[in-house]
Write a protein that binds this ligand. Structure first.
Ligand SMILES: C[S@@+](CC[C@H](N)C(=O)[O-])C[C@H]1O[C@@H](n2cnc3c(N)ncnc32)[C@H](O)[C@@H]1O
Length: 287
């Protein structure tokens, strides 16, 4: 692993994301729900007959995502990779607790995913590529691990949606705020004082993530993250010789929907009634 990779691995070892959980009971039923499995299949392969025995790679699996996918697809081989040993250990504990014999875990950077072979039908990579020193190389490596008819579910940070996050990241850098308990405590106190109209206040009010210190560190004190506009995402995909399929959550891309309408610098004459308009979390989202 490169020294660059080590910076991120060390960060996520101290601040694993999502915060580790001992149990998936709260949403296990939703993850096991066969209808949701079919909906996901139809989204990824709209013109292909249903199958649930695909090989799935969870690239940058964090603390629970690979275990959730192994619950959802008991007939599939699910492989989780991550650079953070803490995250791999947390996932392994869940695997043992739920008897997930279809789950395989490796401490491995995405940049080395090619060694797993071009065998994956379904690759999930959410909240990860934007932390890589070179996201283009990361995505090309994932493409090489993808079977010819495979599909990738990708999530990268959105430049406009995270505008308030970047203001606060800049504030933290200028003041030298560090990801230790004292500094994070002071930061939480500062965030409580942000005025209602601050571009971050929508996320602070509506994203459960911000209630947890490690998640706050992930958003505001991460040693490396970048974000993408829609044209930049499309260029990233094309640059890896992949073809754009669809947005998983469509509503936030309509001008009257999504977190951006809460930012006072943008006039929003209509609010979108669609529940999809809540801000996407960093994680793989609702099951
Ligand atoms: C924000 S978390 C997202 C976790 C998970 N994908 C989810 O959505 O719940 C980012 C994860 O990517 C991992 N990561 C960062 N750079 C990586 C790399 N080059 N290779 C593999 N994992 C990486 C981190 O250790 C961390 O667990």
């Amino acid at each position: 692993m490169s020294r660059e990779g080590d910076v991120i691995a060390r960060f996520y070892d101290r601040h694993p994301y999502p915060p580790p959980v001992d149990s998936l009971d709260e949403d296990a039923a939703a993850w096991r729900d066969g209808l949701r499995r079919r909906v996901e299949h139809a989204r990824m392969w709209p013109s292909v007959p249903y199958r649930d025995d695909r090989a799935i790679l969870i690239a940058g699996c964090g603390t629970s995502q690979a275990a959730r996918y192994a619950l959802r697809y008991p007939n599939a081989r699910v492989v989780g990779i991550d650079v953070s040993p803490t995250s791999i250990r947390a996932t392994r504990r869940l695997g043992e607790r739920y008897g997930l014999t279809n789950l395989e875990l490796h401490r491995m950077p995405i940049e080395e995913a090619g060694t797993l072979g071009p065998s994956f039908d379904h690759i999930v990579c959410t909240g990860v590529l934007h932390h890589l020193a070179n996201p283009e190389v990361g995505l090309r490596t994932l493409r090489d691990a993808l079977a010819p008819t495979g599909a990738i579910h990708l999530m990268v940070y959105a430049s406009y949606g995270r505008f308030g996050v970047y203001l606060l990241q800049d504030y933290c850098r200028r003041l030298g705020v560090k990801p230790n308990p004292d500094d994070i405590g002071d930061l939480v106190a500062t965030l409580r004082e942000l005025p209602q109209g601050h571009p971050l206040s929508h996320l602070l009010r509506n994203t459960p993530d911000f209630a947890h210190d490690d998640a706050l560190a992930d958003a505001l004190l991460n040693p490396r993250d970048r974000s993408y506009t829609v044209p930049e995402v499309l260029r990233l995909i094309e640059g890896a010789d992949l073809r754009f399929g669809r947005w998983v959550r469509q509503a936030p891309y309509r001008p009257q929907c999504g977190a951006i309408t809460e930012v006072p610098t943008v006039g929003a004459s209509q609010r979108c009634p669609n529940p999809n308009s809540s801000p996407p979390s960093n994680s793989s989202g609702a099951p």
